[in-house]
Design a protein around this ligand. Structure first.
Ligand code: NAP
Length: 284
């Protein structure tokens, strides 16, 4: 019976951000350029406000300029698109992030597709999604990129391994599967229609849960010695933050596990900074 080692997302994110800070300082010294991130928030959703504040703090930490565009909840589609056009044309703006979800009257897709692909630091634009498929990418969606960075940090090789991803969303499950495939994993994608989920999970050397169902993955669904990555962010019956993985029972089986909180979450934030630096290099 193994007791899993924890992959510390906070420590890994601190290492990534320290490297980004050094690289940004070097860029400034050599070219005078400071990476700039524009964050657009529409309305006053409290969770979105927290995410936007965190992004501003991360930018400060690594030496980027962050500019916030806070628009009223009743902002019209054409006004939001006009702001995106302005930011697309602005030389000081390297990355544009529109905080989701948008208010219901706005068409999220056309807003995201309006962002210039070379400023699309969330990697949601079809051009960037297509580039991920081909393996010729500049930006990677932050959460799957963060997971890959954590595997690297823990010196876990993917090549030849059975990888099972639970979840097929466009922002996590699908790109996650593609990145594991690019690293030569043998990838299975599970979703809500999958028969015998536990059976698929038990084959996994690397199991990634990106579902949004609290503690769905139990110890008896995990192979002895597996690496288990928990992307989920849910509330348990007591309102406490928890992942898609039942930590207690899975930790006795896995070789490595990521905690929630303090796992994939901090890495997602760090990878946004990485994408902003990449965008600044593109625009240099
Ligand atoms: P999503 O768009 O709701 O997708 C969830 C996926 O899980 C879907 O593909 C769904 O299948 C599948 N699913 C739902 N119930 C299932 C079940 N019982 N068995 C197997 N598959 C099931 O969610 P998401 O945006 O990918 O996010 C997933 C989780 O990650 C959420 O908890 C979210 O909060 C969290 N998250 C965390 C971070 C972070 O930084 N840590 C970032 C993003 C998301 P169908 O496609 O068949 O419906």
């Amino acid at each position: 019976m193994s007791t899993a080692k924890m992959i510390d997302g906070k420590a890994c994110a601190a290492a990534v951000k320290a490297r980004i800070k050094d690289e940004a300082a070097k860029m400034k010294a050599e070219t005078g350029k400071v990476p700039g991130l524009a964050v657009v928030i529409v309305g006053d959703d409290p969770a979105s406000r927290i995410y936007v504040n965190n992004k501003r703090r991360d930018c400060e930490e690594v030496g980027f300029v962050s500019t916030e565009y806070a628009l009223d909840a009743d902002t019209k589609q054409e006004d939001l698109l006009a702001l995106i056009d302005k930011l697309n044309a602005d030389a000081a703006t390297d990355g544009i992030l529109v905080q989701l979800p948008l208010p219901k009257h706005l068409d999220e897709k056309s807003v995201l597709y309006r962002i210039s692909p070379d400023k699309d630091v969330d990697a949601f634009h079809p051009v960037n999604v297509g580039r991920i498929m081909i393996g010729d990418y500049r930006f990677l969606p932050c959460t799957p990129a963060g997971v890959m960075e954590m595997l690297k940090y823990a010196e876990i090789s993917v090549s030849g391994k059975e990888c099972v991803v639970i979840g097929r969303s466009n922002i996590v499950g699908k790109p996650m599967s593609m990145l594991l495939l690019h690293e030569s994993g043998t990838v299975t994608i599970c979703h809500s229609r999958t028969h015998n989920l536990a059976e698929h999970c038990r084959r996994a050397d690397i199991l990634v849960a990106a579902v949004g169902v609290a503690k769905l993955v139990k110890g008896d669904m995990v192979k002895e010695g597996a690496v288990v990555i928990d992307v989920g962010m849910n509330r348990d019956e007591n309102g406490k933050l928890c992942g898609d993985v039942d930590f207690e029972s899975v930790a006795t089986k896995a070789s490595y596990i990521t905690p929630v909180p303090g796992g994939v979450g901090p890495m997602t934030r760090a990878m946004l900074m990485q994408n902003t630096l990449t965008a600044a290099r593109l625009h240099e």
